[in-house]
Design a protein around this ligand. Structure first.
Ligand SMILES: Cc1cc2nc3c(=O)[nH]c(=O)nc-3n(C[C@H](O)[C@H](O)[C@H](O)COP(=O)(O)OP(=O)(O)OC[C@H]3O[C@@H](n4cnc5c(N)ncnc54)[C@H](O)[C@@H]3O)c2cc1C
Length: 404
């Protein structure tokens, strides 16, 4: 088919859509509002030279579409497993560190079993993977010891939503995939999201002939007779021919602004990230924390990044207080894990107020993925999996197929 595919939004969903379309033989133009691709999965490179990811991102080996995308742009080997012997989890209340397996099979080994796990818990976790009526994870599991040692940390890490409201069905879908053989290995970018995901994807797009325009914010969309007729980027208006197609790979609020008749999710959850410049381990190391504000932390050779998902009030706190508390939690955690850290001068907090949609139990207000004849939507918030890189990739690939 002649004509061009205009992909608007250069996050992971837009990159996946652009790669799928260009590989299907289409001429592709990717339009990104900011100065760099990556969206929420970007590396931040301020002038002071203290570079880090917007927030640490992990993948699981169950994330098959994300790993396939990495493989297709030559970056799969750049994602490594920092804790192959089980995830070190530090309990800040008693100073103890235990290793926890992420796959149900690994729990057969007592040393990798989450504290307090009983047969009833395994049954309830298994039941979440069945297509039963949706309810909150707190209601599905109940106030059992396993809530503190496994379910709550897992829920906020995967769904970025508090257990009291988070959807058991959505977490269940993710658990079903993780429980498959080989699905539960945790991977991180060896050097960062920019070098290990975004730059390889952008480079591959360029090699395949796609045009990438940064600083190109879509201001408006002209619609005529159920079709997108033109894209308006400030003073520039791109008229669409009969063979042209559009993928809007944008967050829900942008979709609502451009296509106000659509219903989109309007509840979000924040993530707070703290980044400390350090002299750290040669290869990335990872620890989880319990009984602390900090939930997990990734140490690299030159910095540590700490994640607080479903951050609630922490998203309103002053950065200095957050940095002091978070460092006081992670320093003993890494010491207990035997990971050397020497703190250096720089530290900063990054607050993503709308890190993901709130993934609560009950129906999600989602629009049709092809609301106009020549236009499809993409973004991590579409589909029924947790809003993560995997769902962003899958939605981008679906959108490219939908516009054909
Ligand atoms: C702190 C944090 C930690 C996370 N941790 C994980 C994790 O561990 N594992 C995981 O899998 N996922 C994680 N996620 C989620 C993951 O980042 C997202 O699922 C994924 O990046 C979403 O990609 P996207 O393309 O759907 O959206 P976005 O990344 O939001 O991309 C949208 C893009 O569109 C651009 N844009 C917006 N408006 C316009 C416009 N009008 N015109 C042109 N361009 C526009 C934006 O600049 C942006 O580049 C995390 C997210 C955050 C914030």
């Amino acid at each position: 088919m002649s004509g061009r595919v205009h992909v608007v939004g250069g996050g992971v969903a837009g990159l996946a859509a652009a790669l799928a379309a260009v590989r299907a033989g289409r001429a592709v133009v990717l339009h990104e509002a900011t100065g760099q691709a990556g969206g929420r999965a970007r590396t931040v490179t301020p002038a002071d030279g203290f570079h880090h990811d917007n927030g640490t991102h992990v993948l699981l080996t169950a994330n098959r579409r994300a790993l396939a995308l990495l493989g297709s742009v030559g970056a799969r080997e750049r994602w490594i497993e920092p804790e192959a012997d089980g995830l070190p989890v530090f309990d800040a209340r008693n100073g103890r560190l235990a290793r926890v397996g992420l796959s149900p099979l690994s729990w057969l080994k007592g040393s990798l079993r989450p504290e307090g796990l009983g047969l009833r818990d395994v049954v309830r976790l298994g039941a979440m993977a069945l297509p039963l009526p949706d309810r909150s994870i707190l209601a599905a599991i109940g106030p059992r010891p396993i809530m503190d040692s496994l379910v709550e940390p897992l829920t906020v890490a995967v769904l970025n939503t508090p257990v009291a409201v988070a959807s058991s069905r959505r977490l269940g879908r993710a658990l079903r995939r993780v429980a498959m053989p080989g699905g539960a290995r945790l991977l991180v970018a060896r050097d960062g999201l920019g070098p290990d995901l975004i730059t390889p994807a952008v480079d591959a797009l360029r090699r395949l002939g796609a045009e990438i325009r940064t600083g190109a914010r879509l201001r408006a969309l002209a619609v005529e007779n159920g079709r997108a007729a033109a894209l308006v980027f400030g003073a520039e208006r791109v008229s669409l021919g009969p063979q042209d197609r559009v993928v809007l790979a944008l967050p829900p609020a942008e979709i609502k602004r451009l296509l106000p008749h659509l219903t989109v999710p309007d509840a979000f959850e924040p993530i707070v990230n703290a980044h400390f410049q350090v002299r750290g381990p040669a290869l990335p190391r990872f620890v989880g924390l319990r009984g602390a504000l900090s939930q997990w932390a990734l140490a690299r050779h030159d910095h540590v990044s700490v994640t607080v998902s479903a951050a609630g009030d922490a998203a309103e706190r002053d950065p200095d207080g957050l940095l002091a508390q978070i460092w006081s939690e992670i320093a003993p955690a890494f010491a207990a894990a035997g990971v050397p850290l020497v703190r250096l001068a720089e530290a900063r907090v990054v607050k993503e107020k709308r890190a993901t949609i709130r993934q609560a139990a009950g129906p999600m207000p989602l629009p049709p993925e092809r609301p106009l004849a020549n236009l499809a939507l993409a973004g991590d918030w579409l589909g029924d999996l947790p809003a993560t890189i995997e769902s962003a990739v899958m939605s981008g690939e679906r959108a490219a197929r939908l516009v054909g």
